[in-house]
Ligand binder design. Structure first.
Ligand SMILES: [Zn+2]
Length: 449
C-alpha cells in the first residue's frame, strides 16, 4: 500500500517538477533574448519551438513512468477492507475510476454503515505456552509430564481453538488497539470498529524461550526465518537431525491468518512474552552462555528473527528476566531483574511497553496501581504501559490514569480438563467447545494444581 502511494506521489511530483523546469527554462531564454534586445519574430518562433520541444519531452518522460496497475491497487484495497481498515481502503481506491473500484467503494461504504464500537472491557485475552508438537514425547511418564499436561496446549488443540473462535466471529486485535498512550504517559481508550457478529480478542504466548528442560520433550527448539522469508520453527529429532515446520503458535497462527485474513484486525498477531535467563526465542543470548562458540552468532540470529517477527505483525512483552514472582520479590531484587531484562533482552528484540507477569502475579490489587506503588513506578519509568495478570475465567480491563491492565485467560490442559469434567463449571464456552478441543492423547485425570 505504502509503495503504491509513494509511486503515485513521485509521479505527481515529477510532473510538477518538469512543468516548473519548463517554465523556468522558457523564462530564462526569454530573459536572455530580452537582454540582448533580439526580439525578432523568428526568435519568438524559436522560443515557442523550444517550449514545444520541452512539452514533447515532458510527455515522453511522463510516459516512461510505468502506470501502477489498477488491479494491484484494487487487490490491496480489498485486503485492507477484509482486515477492517476501511479508511485506508477507501483512500487507496479514491484514485481509481473503474467500475470495479466503484463497486468496491459501495461495498466498503455499506459495511462501514453497519460498524459498531466493541466493548473494550469485554475483550478476552487468551494465552498459551509453547505448544506440544509431539504428545508421545511430552506425555512419556517422566517427572515433567504432569506440568506439561497442566499448563501446555497441544498443536491439535490449538488448531481446533483457532477454527472454533474463527467460526464464532472472533477477530484478533493488538493490545495497543484497545488503549493508547499519550506523550505525557497518560492513557486513553481507543475505538475498535467491527461489523455485527465480530468480537475482538487478544492472544499471547508465554515463555517463548525454548528452555533447555524442554529438549527431547516434543517441542520446537527455536524460531527461525524460513525459506519463504517468514518465521517458522525448528525441531530436533531423535537422531539429532533438525527439521523445519509449523511446530508452534507463530507459524500456525500466521498460516491461519493468511488463509483467513478477516481473523486479524489490521494485521494484528499475538504477543510473545520472553524471559532472559536462557536467552530468547531458542537462542542462548544470555551472558552466561558467552563462552559458547555459538554465542555471537546466536545474538545476531535472534535479532534477525525478532525483526522478522515484528515485520510480520508479532509483538513482544517482558515476562521478567528470571521468571520471578514480581509481587513477592523485594524491591531491590525487582529492580535488578527489571534492569537485566532491559539490558539483555531489549537490545535483541527492541523496545516494548508490555509486561505479562509470570504466574500472573500482579504488583497491585484489582483496585488499581496507587501513586506510591514503587514497583509500578519503576516499571513505568523504564517504559512499560500495559500490564497483564491472569484472570482465568473472564475478560478484565482497567484503564488507569497512566497504565492499562488486562487479565488473561489460560487455555491449557488444566483449564480445559476441569471445565470438561465438571458440569457446574462454565469457564470456556464463550470461546470454545471444550469437548471438541481437548486432546484425547492427554493422560487423564490432568493433575490438579
Ligand atoms: Zn511463564
Amino acid at each position: 500500500m505504502k509503495l503504491i502511494s509513494v509511486k503515485n506521489g513521485s509521479k505527481k511530483t515529477k510532473i510538477i517538477v518538469i512543468s516548473v523546469a519548463v517554465a523556468v527554462a522558457v523564462a530564462i531564454i526569454a530573459l536572455a533574448f530580452w537582454i540582448i534586445g533580439a526580439f525578432s519574430s523568428e526568435d519568438v518562433g524559436n522560443i515557442s519551438k523550444a517550449a514545444a520541444t520541452d512539452k514533447n519531452d515532458k510527455v515522453v518522460v511522463t510516459d516512461e513512468i510505468p502506470e501502477t496497475p489498477d488491479k494491484a491497487i484494487l487487490d490491496e484495497a480489498k485486503m485492507l477492507f477484509v482486515s477492517y481498515d476501511y479508511e485506508k481502503a477507501l483512500e487507496l481506491i479514491s484514485s481509481l475510476d473503474t467500475e470495479e473500484a466503484t463497486a468496491l467503494k459501495a461495498e466498503i461504504e455499506a459495511e462501514v454503515a453497519t460498524l459498531a464500537p466493541a466493548d473494550n472491557y469485554a475483550i478476552p485475552h487468551i494465552f498459551f505456552h509453547s505448544l506440544i508438537a509431539d504428545t508421545s514425547k511430552a506425555f512419556d511418564g517422566d517427572y515433567k509430564e504432569a506440568g506439561y499436561n497442566q499448563v501446555m496446549t497441544t498443536i491439535s488443540e490449538f488448531n481446533e481453538i483457532l477454527a472454533e473462535m474463527y467460526e464464532k466471529g472472533f477477530v484478533l486485535v493488538s493490545i495497543h488497539d484497545i488503549a493508547g498512550v499519550n506523550e505525557d504517559g497518560t492513557t486513553y481508550e481507543k475505538e475498535i470498529l467491527l461489523p455485527p457478529g465480530k468480537k475482538p480478542f487478544v492472544l499471547s504466548v508465554d515463555d517463548v524461550n525454548y528452555y533447555e528442560y524442554m529438549e527431547g520433550d516434543g517441542f520446537a527448539s527455536r524460531i527461525v526465518i524460513g525459506e519463504d522469508g517468514k518465521p517458522t520453527c525448528e525441531m530436533k529429532l531423535d537422531d539429532g537431525t533438525i527439521t523445519t515446520g509449523d511446530f508452534d503458535v507463530v507459524p500456525l497462527l500466521d498460516a491461519f491468518i493468511e488463509e483467513h485474513p478477516e481473523f486479524s484486525y489490521r494485521g494484528a498477531k499475538g504477543i510473545l512474552a520472553l524471559t532472559g535467563y536462557e536467552g530468547v526465542l531458542g537462542y542462548r543470548t544470555c551472558p552466561s552462555y558467552s563462552d559458547e562458540p555459538t554465542y555471537a552468532a546466536d545474538i545476531e540470529s535472534a535479532k534477525a528473527v525478532a525483526q522478522n517477527l515484528k515485520d510480520n505483525g508479532w509483538e513482544f512483552a517482558s515476562h521478567s528476566w528470571g521468571h520471578r514472582d514480581m509481587s513477592k520479590m523485594s524491591f531491590e531484587n525487582f529492580k535488578i531483574d527489571t534492569n537485566r531484562w532491559e539490558d539483555e533482552v531489549e537490545p535483541i528484540i527492541g523496545t516494548t511497553d508490555v509486561i505479562l507477569y509470570p504466574f500472573g502475579s500482579d504488583i497491585g490489587s484489582w483496585k488499581g496501581y496507587k501513586e506510591d506503588n514503587e514497583k509500578f513506578n519503576y516499571l513505568k519509568k523504564v517504559g512499560f504501559n500495559y500490564f497483564c495478570n491472569v484472570d482465568g475465567n473472564r475478560a478484565w480491563l482497567q484503564i488507569g490514569k497512566n497504565y492499562v491492565r488486562q487479565g488473561r485467560r489460560n487455555l491449557d490442559g488444566y483449564k480445559m480438563y476441569y471445565d470438561m469434567i465438571n458440569p457446574n463449571k462454565d469457564w470456556l464456552s464463550d470461546l470454545i467447545d471444550v469437548e471438541k478441543v481437548f486432546d484425547k492423547s492427554r493422560p487423564t485425570p490432568v493433575p490438579p494444581m
